[in-house]
Write a new protein. Structure first.
Length: 136
C-alpha cells in the first residue's frame, strides 16, 4: 500500500456535538455531511491542511459505529488509506494473508469506493482502503 492516509475516522455518540467541538478545535467548519445507509452511519468531514477527519455517528442500533461507541466510547475508529486500484490492492492483501471485511468494494462516503481490513490481521487497527469512485 503506497497511498497516503486518506482520513482518520472518529466514532462519535452525537454528531452535532462533535461537529461543534471539532469546529472549535480545528478552526474550520465541516465541508460535508453525508448519510451512508449501507454502513449505518452519518458522516461529517473536516479538512485540516492536507488531511481529513471523518466523524461517524451511528444511524441505527445495528451499525458497527453504534457497537464501537457502546463498547469503547467515542474515539479513533479507523485509519483510511488512498489507493489507486482498490480491487488489485484487495487481492494483494488477501494473498498476503489479511482478512477483508468485504469481498468486493462498496460505495462509501465522500465519493469513494471502500473496503475494510479486519483489525485481527492488522495489529488491532481497523484499516480502510479508499479509491475515488469513477462513477461519481
Amino acid at each position: 500500500m503506497t497511498g497516503k492516509i486518506e482520513h482518520l475516522g472518529i466514532a462519535v455518540a452525537h454528531l452535532d456535538e462533535a461537529e461543534t467541538l471539532y469546529t472549535a478545535l480545528l478552526g474550520a467548519a465541516p465541508y460535508k455531511r453525508e448519510d451512508v445507509a449501507s454502513e449505518g452511519v452519518r458522516t461529517s468531514f473536516f479538512l485540516t491542511g492536507n488531511n481529513k477527519i471523518e466523524l461517524l455517528e451511528a444511524s441505527s442500533p445495528d451499525s458497527p459505529i453504534h457497537k464501537f461507541v457502546q463498547k469503547n466510547g467515542p474515539g479513533i475508529h479507523h485509519v483510511a488509506f488512498h489507493v489507486e486500484d482498490i480491487v488489485s490492492e484487495m487481492e494483494r492483501l488477501k494473498e498476503a494473508g489479511f482478512t477483508l471485511l468485504h469481498e468486493t468494494p462498496k460505495k462509501g462516503a465522500d465519493n469513494k469506493l471502500i473496503c475494510f481490513v479486519h483489525p485481527k490481521t492488522t495489529g488491532g487497527v481497523l484499516i480502510e482502503l479508499c479509491q475515488d469512485d469513477p462513477e461519481r
